[in-house]
Design a protein around this ligand. Sequence first.
Ligand SMILES: Nc1ncnc2c1ncn2[C@@H]1O[C@H](COP(=O)(O)OP(=O)(O)OP(=O)(O)O)[C@@H](O)[C@H]1O
Length: 282
Amino acid sequence: MATTSSGLRPAQRAERQRVSQQGLIHGGNSLTRSLNNGQNSLRSSDTKPLHFPPAPTSRRSVTPNSRSNSRDFDDDNDPGRVRVAVRLRPRNAEDLLSDADFADCVELQPELKRLKLRKNNWSSESYKFDEVFTGTASQKRVYEVVAKPVVESVLSGYNGTVMAYGQTGTGKTFTLGRLGKDDASERGIMVRALEDIVANISLASDTVEISYLQAHLPGPKKETKEPIPADPPTPPFTCWPPHVPSLLTCSTCSAAPMPLAPAKRNTHASRNEDKFFSFFRL
Ligand SMILES: Nc1ncnc2c1ncn2[C@@H]1O[C@H](COP(=O)(O)OP(=O)(O)OP(=O)(O)O)[C@@H](O)[C@H]1O
């Protein structure tokens, strides 16, 4: 988001806690077909397809973070760009307790795929995304719109990455990493992607390589001022046999220890600005 916290009213600052962006990076032409970082990540193995899947004509491609007064450019013809969705999480108990009402500073326009930030009564900025999810969007819908096309590309032989970006407490872990042990409908992108990948590969001949990376800004954080060391990148790892529980276990084992630091807005904050989840079919 282009707005800085220093210029925000309290309600706007609180609203920023609810808004996170999920960006997609994948190599195929698919729904959230954004970016073919494809040419570089194309596998040259004889056993893998070396063509891009055809671009579905029904899928729109728009550019995030365009101000409303800027030129909208429909770059459906740009197969290489990153596609970005924004998800507003529902108000949590703390928001409800403080009777925070965000409607006066943030307006979602899902049908236009826009998010409007009101700076004051006279001025607002509008940002356009590939997809806009309101607080009622289900985990299933977010997966199907944002990540499933990446999975489809991976199954076609390309590498793919789903990245969640946002301030602490905006729902990155919820969107990507929720396991759904108690409520299966809460399964996040990671679990759903693994389920689809494992269901569509040959257990006899395929291997899946996964990389899970969490990144945050090194140095003091605004809310606590204590320094938090940067995570080392988690190296890609492979699992055999490739079934979901073992992949998730490997993911947990391989992940660098996560620094946890309670924040005002998230008592379980991992303090990660970005979470990436990449998968490669080998
Ligand atoms: N879409 C959602 N629906 C319901 N609850 C949500 C949603 N998104 C997030 N939450 C809740 O909001 C809280 C903060 O979410 P989460 O821990 O995923 O944030 P985060 O962005 O990963 O934070 P951090 O970067 O500090 O780890 C959690 O209690 C989570 O369950």
